[in-house]
Ligand binder design. Structure first.
Ligand code: ZN
Length: 277
């Protein structure tokens, strides 16, 4: 299989030990992905699949979260084509989530928001954004290693076993407040609980979400399986399921390749990013 494709990272220029362009090739034909659960997906991807599927030898855990997701999505399209069968579609005409009806969707309808030109990974939330709080807050986009650390951090687990993901994300994204630099997530959490009013905390959490909102969008466009509205949407988070396409998805890809020539991932990677620049 001579399958390979060069993909520019979204965070090109931000890395010291990772080149701006990675060369993606085939994932192993029989791999751990065939039986991995969603909980182990990232670990399997990082430790076993990416080292085999990416030519450059890098520490994949140093990739920004947005680049990790981007590379996973590109690998999926490169190896299995862009089609995916979902059973949950959100339709503006049907006014609700259409569940339990299968719909084949095209992952190339998912746009990707690039980082702004000149972006440096030190984002400031100015003190002026808050109602009472008087200090600037600095944050960064997380690496996938840090996201995994966050997901395993017991100090953000709720009593019911879930995770307070908004608080955890804020505490892991924020690196310094005022003159206090190199803060740990626990130090940030303490500062938020001691010195932020409830209103300022909500503003902060919102800003952290807004200012780190780059990379692949969470949803793509598709037709509604009930009424046919083409403005329906489907949720497309990265997970193990993306690497288990149905045979129908693969056949649709094969047919599309026959009709239009080789589906060009390069065109997708270029156009998905351009739509948002
Ligand atoms: Zn509908």
């Amino acid at each position: 299989m001579g399958l390979s494709e060069k993909v520019q990272l979204l965070g090109a220029g931000l890395y010291t030990d990772i080149p701006d362009v990675l060369t993606l090739s085939s994932i192993p034909t029989v791999s751990e992905l065939d039986y991995v659960g969603n909980e182990d997906f990232d670990k399997t991807m990082l430790d076993s699949i990416l080292p085999k599927a990416v030519e450059e030898k890098i520490n994949f855990r140093d990739l920004l979260e947005i680049d990790y997701e981007w590379i996973c999505r590109c690998l999926r399209i490169l190896n299995y084509g862009p089609y995916f069968t979902t059973n949950m579609v959100l339709c503006p005409t049907c006014k609700d989530a259409v569940r339990g009806r299968e719909q084949q969707v095209d992952l190339q309808t998912i746009d990707c928001k690039p980082l702004p030109a000149g972006f440096t990974n030190d984002i400031t939330i100015p003190a002026g954004a808050f109602i009472d709080y008087k200090q600037d807050v600095h944050m960064h986009l997380m690496t996938i290693a840090r996201v995994i650390e966050m997901n395993n951090d017991k100090s953000f687990k709720l009593a019911d076993g879930g995770v307070n993901s908004r608080l955890a994300r804020a505490c892991y994204c924020i690196t310094s407040i005022g003159n206090h630099t190199h803060m740990t997530p626990v130090e940030v959490k303490l500062e938020l609980s001691k010195n932020f009013s409830p209103a300022d905390y909500l503003i902060l959490a919102d800003e952290v979400g807004r200012l780190s909102d780059y990379g692949l969008r969470a949803a793509g466009r598709c037709a509604c399986p009930v009424c046919g509205n083409k403005e329906a949407a489907y949720l497309a988070l990265s997970s193990d399921r993306f690497f288990r396409p149905s045979v129908g998805d693969l056949r649709a890809w094969g047919q599309a390749r026959g009709e239009r020539g080789m589906e060009d991932l390069r065109r997708y990677t270029a156009s998905a990013v351009q739509k948002h620049s």
